[in-house]
Design a protein around this ligand. Structure first.
Ligand code: AMP
Length: 304
């Protein structure tokens, strides 16, 4: 089944306890589509970049089967820029700089050939834009997932609530779940967030894995304990791309299949953090992914 992803394509400048980068390619939609490319070849992106964005990266995305018809290039504009610095625990970071550039006037246009997508991933961006994408689709996709961040809870809560009310699944981290619900207990927070609209909620807990909620059901997927975590940037997006890519591939949105999807998303994220930026997830084989998925099974499976 086909997947449509809308979100940022960016330059990131990163600093972790292990090193620094100059401007490298990042962005939520970049990580999501690259990760999803291991699961579906009907993988469409809608985003905007400036004339400074490297053509080679667009060619690499196309080689991965990503349809870039919806990637708008504003020749005399500059690509969205984000800079972040990780603390020693690698689970928390500070945003040092955000320059919206061409993203400031981004008005996502959905090409006609994307209209029939069955799976929609609304990557982290201004909630009103996420909403406008949903409104532009003539047929509502079978499954709509949305990612967001604390910034929008702080400055655009009514818009965020309006779009959350219309999606099937929301992914946020534990801190954001507490902020959005006003409740410290993640279980109670999940209940109140699901009451806002989404039937399914994923709460990401960084190196401590992810929780999947639907009605009264809960599933927990740990993160793989890795010897080396180099750069967590994009891990959440890579996770989301693996999750929704797996659902699109199998075209099954039952809770049981979501459990498998969350393990595949976690396997993808475990690779993402091993190198800076998209480097590691651009160079994976199906065998690499299967190996990691089996490691998750060995890590968490038990019989009574
Ligand atoms: P993650 O580590 O999964 O939260 O995602 C990191 C990516 O999000 C980076 O590659 C950034 O370019 C992108 N990003 C950071 N801030 C924003 C923002 N305000 N809007 C859209 N994308 C952003």
């Amino acid at each position: 089944m086909s997947l449509l992803t809308v979100g940022s394509v960016a330059f990131d400048k990163l600093e972790t306890p292990f090193g620094k980068t100059d401007k490298i390619v990042g962005g939520a939609a970049t990580y999501i589509t690259i990760s999803a490319s291991y699961f579906t070849n009907k993988n469409n992106i809608v985003a905007v970049v400036g004339g400074d964005f490297p053509q080679e990266m667009i060619a690499t995305m196309q080689e991965k089967g990503i349809n870039t018809d919806g990637l708008e290039i504003i020749a005399d504009g500059k690509t969205f820029f984000w800079s972040g610095k990780y603390h020693n625990d690698m689970n928390t970071r500070d945003t040092l700089d955000t320059q919206l550039n061409v993203f400031e006037n981004f008005n996502p246009q959905i090409p006609d050939n994307y209209q029939d997508c069955q799976y929609l991933m609304l990557g982290n961006m201004v909630p009103a834009l996420q909403h406008s994408v949903l409104k532009q689709l003539t047929n509502r996709p079978k499954f709509v997932m949305l990612d967001t961040m604390n910034l929008w809870i702080d400055i655009a809560l009514p818009d965020l609530k309006a779009v959350i009310a219309e999606v099937d699944c929301l992914t946020i981290n534990d801190e954001e779940a507490r902020q959005l619900s006003g409740d410290y207990s993640l279980r109670r927070a999940a209940k109140s967030i699901m009451a806002m609209g989404p039937k399914t909620l994923i709460i990401k807990k960084g190196e401590h894995g992810a929780l999947l909620f639907q009605g009264d059901q809960i599933f927990y997927c740990p993160a793989l304990p890795l010897e080396e975590v180099f750069d967590p940037t994009g891990a959440g997006d890579t996770f989301a791309g693996g999750f929704i890519g797996y659902l699109a591939k199998t075209d099954d949105i039952s809770f049981d299949n979501m459990k498998r999807a969350i393990v595949h998303g976690s396997a993808m994220a475990s690779y993402c953090v091993e190198k800076f930026g998209t480097e590691r997830i651009l160079n994976l084989t199906q065998e690499d992914i299967n190996t990691r998925v089996n490691q998750f099974k060995d890590l968490a499976f038990f019989d009574l």
